[in-house]
Design a protein around this ligand. Structure first.
Ligand code: HEC
Ligand code: HEC
Ligand code: HEC
Ligand code: HEC
Length: 320
């Protein structure tokens, strides 16, 4: 299939462009592979430039961090960020690149936080623990959804009174940033959009289909348009649940291929082990569903393909 070749060809290019110096290679790999999760802190990934996220980890020693980056962790860091072709040295360089971001930018810590250097953190466990507690306090005061919530990975599953709070109280936007106050409140903005029964109560797929919204594709170029591919992948499910149909069309209207390939999914049908357990832990489809796309409670949106009557059932019916 030609699309497939194209994708693999472009994946192969990733290793060709690795630049001369280790620092460049680290930055390149970070941009291509790691940023998908580490730029915004998806699925609990320590954020690039956020000293508070990194210091408790640096305290465990940099060699341990290299190990996690190469072999992955049980809490959602995929081995080599999913880019298994990346040379070990480049992966380590990408770790160095992320660590440099917190050494050179202590200002990224919340203003009131003491600027503990990574070296100081390594000698004492107390300061990182105090800093970790700080962001939790902030969100607990404003939205009631602390990072320690069991369901923090599934934040779209919310009781009625806690849905769609104003930006300064949603636990996503920085309440200390003036820009946050300039944002339109969701309850006003969502009024004219098609409704759904889950998540933030808007059917975003329909909103695009009906031209109710026209999201800008590229921050810099107002005329850029998405590359939409209409390719459904059916994932057969054992047992009685209907099979899962993964639709590329509805995703590529919002997302660039690089949002999923290769960081979250190898672009090959059946090549990824996906399970409900992983999704509930905020991995695979759960990187987005429950956070920025409809939540896992909407079984039938994913499990949408009815199975043919199974032979056993058919035989049982015939025997009656
Ligand atoms: C699909 C999302 C994703 C991608 C892509 C990704 N990471 Fe991560 N990373 C995570 C998550 C989630 C964690 C937190 C896991 C944990 O707490 O153990 C993490 C944690 C880490 C840590 C800290 C591990 C520790 O022991 O505390 C390092 C180092 C790291 N990632 C490096 C990288 C590098 C280098 C890349 C790119 C080559 C990368 N990551 C790509 C999701 C990702
Ligand atoms: C929201 C995530 C996501 C996005 C965005 C995405 N894909 Fe995929 N893609 C998947 C999943 C999931 C699979 C199935 C993997 C599996 O079955 O293990 C897949 C499979 C594929 C396959 C393999 C098809 C086959 O029959 O083996 C190709 C090729 C592909 N994607 C290309 C693309 C291209 C090109 C883009 C951008 C225009 C893109 N994908 C965007 C999630 C995504
Ligand atoms: C975001 C999409 C999505 C939603 C929502 C979703 N599932 Fe799944 N489910 C999947 C995928 C993908 C698989 C893996 C299919 C495979 O084996 O390839 C899966 C697998 C399963 C399996 C097979 C066993 C396993 O754990 O892998 C069961 C049972 C299941 N889902 C039940 C449910 C139920 C019940 C709900 C609603 C509470 C639900 N799912 C909601 C995507 C989803
Ligand atoms: C990178 C983020 C991301 C990942 C990963 C992702 N999705 Fe989605 N998905 C979205 C967004 C965004 C939408 C559109 C908004 C919405 O419907 O909430 C969407 C929409 C959908 C829809 C369309 C529903 C409709 O109303 O037509 C289905 C079905 C779906 N996703 C299933 C899956 C399955 C199954 C997986 C895993 C194999 C997956 N998604 C992985 C972000 C993602």
């Amino acid at each position: 299939m030609s699309i497939q070749r194209l994708v693999f060809a472009s994946l192969a290019c990733f290793s060709l462009v690795s630049a001369a110096s280790a620092a460049d290679a680290g930055k390149d790999l970070y941009t291509k592979t790691c940023a998908v999760c580490h730029a915004a802190g998806i699925a609990g990934a320590p954020k690039y430039g956020n000293a508070g996220d990194w210091q408790p980890r640096i305290a465990g020693g940099v060699p341990k961090l290299y190990g996690s980056a190469l072999k992955g962790t049980a809490k959602g860091m995929p081995p080599k960020g999913g880019n298994l072709d990346a040379p070990d040295a480049d992966v380590k360089a990408a770790v160095d690149y992320m660590l440099a971001s917190v050494k050179t930018a202590p200002a990224a810590v919340k203003p009131a936080a003491p600027t503990t250097s990574p070296a100081a953190a390594a000698t004492s466990a107390a300061p990182p623990a105090a800093q970790q507690a700080r962001p939790v306090d902030v969100s607990a005061n404003t939205s009631g959804a602390s990072a320690a919530d069991i369901n923090s990975f599934n934040r779209l599953l919310k009781p009625v009174g806690k849905r769609n709070p104003p930006p300064a109280e949603d636990g996503i936007h920085d309440p200390a940033n003036d820009g946050t106050l300039a944002l339109m409140a969701p309850l006003a903005a969502y009024g004219p959009l098609p409704k759904s029964l889950a998540g933030n109560r808007i059917n975003w797929v329909k909103a695009i289909e009906e031209n109710k919204i026209n999201p800008r594709w590229d921050r810099n170029d107002p005329n850029a348009t998405p590359v939409v591919i209409d390719l459904n992948i059916v994932r057969e499910v054992k047992g009685s649940m209907p099979d899962v149909v993964y639709p590329h069309k509805q995703h590529t209207e919002w997302l660039d291929c690089s949002n999923c390939h290769p960081g979250i999914f190898v672009p090959q049908k059946g090549a990824n082990a996906i399970s409900m357990a992983a999704i509930l832990l905020g991995e695979k489809c759960g990187v987005c569903h429950g956070k920025v796309a409809f939540p896992v409670s909407e079984c039938r949106l994913c499990h949408s393909k009815k199975k043919d009557v199974r032979p056993v059932q058919a035989a049982a019916t015939a025997a009656k």
